[in-house]
Design a protein around this ligand. Structure first.
Ligand code: FES
Length: 377
């Protein structure tokens, strides 16, 4: 594996093309927006779905970096807009901000990612989003897309930041709220700033969700028999691992099926999102061989107390993942040898399972030897 790939340990390979920067705009002290134009001959390759991301190739400290950034543009806007956080210190994104200007070209990957929703333009849906900090970026894309394509769907956004001056995309969100006031409701939360109402003070987590359900998502004008929370069809969550874990479990414990809770992790996160509920006979010294990005790796796992994906990630292998919960399909692979138990699966069809496909994030090894192929999917 070369240095370049080391910067991108968990993604499958995608094609890159040179795109011209058409806009660069600082939104807050630590967030800026970068927009690219897609020339006609590449339009087909850059067709994307709300919630997806692209990779950017750029240099920092003499090394080539590839980092992924979610798009804030909606598909109908026909451009690639990104919200990028300038991390503190001598970070690669600080370099990215200073080094590139409008008119420059950058290598941008084709769109990828599974933090997407099936569009239902004819339905009356209720969709809620939770974002923490820069985790707002894919939600903006989703919300703009839904407001544009689903005339009856209503949206609630709960957006947490440390302070009000750190809210990225505030203008864009306020403009959307003005334009679609009857269908879009936005609530801001601050963990390090006083608010007049305590409800909006503190982090977005399980406790906060209880208050949100009781105080915001209660009486439903459109259906007096139920609450707004009862009507929620899909939940979108994006931010840091702890926030996602807390909110996803809270949503699930409050009645939302796991397949309707979608999330995108904005950092490496070495924990399961949902607790494991089943127990299995102990298998020790498990030899695992797997193929990914045309390379073969092998390792020995101590036992089967943790799911396959998790163990491979802890050992530093470049295994692709996104939800770690059997929902998005990022970790799908073929089981070529050995036996596993697939604990939960909201993604593979019965036919795919029969053909030998598994989801590494939800699989527990039941034999001493396991052989996988991530390249055949
Ligand atoms: S990481 Fe999403 S299904 Fe495995």
């Amino acid at each position: 594996m070369d240095d370049m790939e080391k910067q991108l340990p968990n993604a499958r390979q995608y094609d890159f093309h040179r795109l011209k920067i058409t806009k660069k705009h600082q939104l807050t002290n630590s967030v800026f927006e970068l927009q690219f134009e897609v020339p006609d001959h590449l339009k087909e390759k850059y067709r994307f779905r709300a919630g997806q991301y692209v990779g950017l190739k750029y240099e920092h400290n003499g090394q080539l970096y590839i980092n992924d950034f979610s798009m804030t543009s909606a598909p109908h806007e026909e451009n690639i807009s990104l919200g990028i956080k300038i991390n503190s210190g001598n970070s690669s994104t600080r370099d990215l901000f200073h080094r590139y200007a409008v008119g420059d070209e950058m290598e941008v990957s084709e769109p990828k990612g599974r933090f997407t929703l099936v569009s239902k333009p004819h339905e009356f849906r209720t969709i809620i989003g939770f974002a923490g900090g820069i985790g707002i970026t894919p939600l903006i894309s989703h919300f703009k897309n839904i407001l544009h394509t689903e005339p009856r769907t209503r949206l609630y956004l709960f957006y947490g930041n440390r302070k009000s001056d750190e809210i990225a995309f505030r203008n864009e969100l306020d403009n959307l709220a003005r334009k679609y006031g009857d269908r879009l409701h936005i609530f801001y939360f601050f963990s390090q700033e006083d608010t007049t109402d305590n409800l909006f003070q503190g982090r977005l987590n399980e406790q906060k969700l209880k208050l949100i359900i009781n105080q915001i998502l209660h009486l439903d004008d459109t259906d007096e028999e139920s609450t707004i929370w009862d009507a929620v069809d899909e939940v979108l969550i994006c931010g840091k691992g702890e926030m996602i874990k807390s909110l996803a479990n809270a949503c699930y414990n409050n009645g939302i099926p796991k397949k309707n809770i979608h999330f995108e992790l904005f950092e490496e996160y070495n924990e399961d999102i949902y607790p494991q509920e089943q127990e299995f006979p102990l298998v020790e010294n498990i030899e695992v061989e797997f193929r990914i990005n045309h390379r073969t790796f092998s390792t020995t796992l101590e036992n089967n107390r943790t799911k396959l994906l998790q163990q491979l990630l802890i050992k530093g292998f470049p295994v692709p993942y996104s939800c770690k919960s059997g929902i998005c399909g990022s970790c799908e692979c073929y089981l070529l040898e050995g036996e596993v138990e697939l604990l939960e699966n909201e993604y593979l069809t019965e036919k795919e399972e029969q053909s030998g496909k598994i989801l590494a994030c939800m699989s527990v090894a039941l034999s001493n030897r396991i052989k996988l192929n991530f390249d055949m999917v």
